[in-house]
Design a protein around this ligand. Sequence first.
Ligand code: CO
Length: 211
Amino acid sequence: MRDYKRLLLSNKAWAEELKDENPKFFSRQAGGQSPAFLWIGCSDSRVSPEQMTMTQPGGMFIHRNIANLVYEDDLNLMSVLQYAVMALKVKHVIVCGHYGCGGIRAAMEGGVDGSVDRWLENARAVRHAHAEELLAVNEPDARLSRLVELNVRDQLVRLARTPTVQTAFHSGQPLHLHGWVYDIRDGHIKPLLDLDADSSIEDLGVPASVL
Ligand code: CO
């Protein structure tokens, strides 16, 4: 069977199963959404935010890009963030990277060109900003994993500095930011850091060159 036809058949089975379990499921969905979470993750096919957190449709607003990067001039992400925080009033924004990330590997080793190369600019900035720490890690895989973690932390701080998040923080809207790393080797998520309105971003030691 053609691969894409399998998707359509699977969809049919999924919709019927959900309806069997809960006849009101789809009529409730049509009534609107009020997710508690905004997920910002990597586009990698092995990292499925809803599946790995057992979240049903309606539970999570999602944005994904290569290497889960935050650019303040990314109209796509900034719109998603604005809508999720200001209109949907999500309580948590999660930036989730993953070990073995091809985007982060390319930021470390090169080997890409065109759009992908341009897109990874900020991941390279993270790498340059932490060059000393990374060089001290001898084992290449461990060094890559460390860059994945540093990238999540630095992107989370970049997120905290966006006008949307700053406005929410200053107005007292409940909003918490979380930096996580997903381990594709065992399926577990490792929490790295949390930020909220009371956090002192300056104390985290994120170099000015990546902000
Ligand atoms: Co990735």
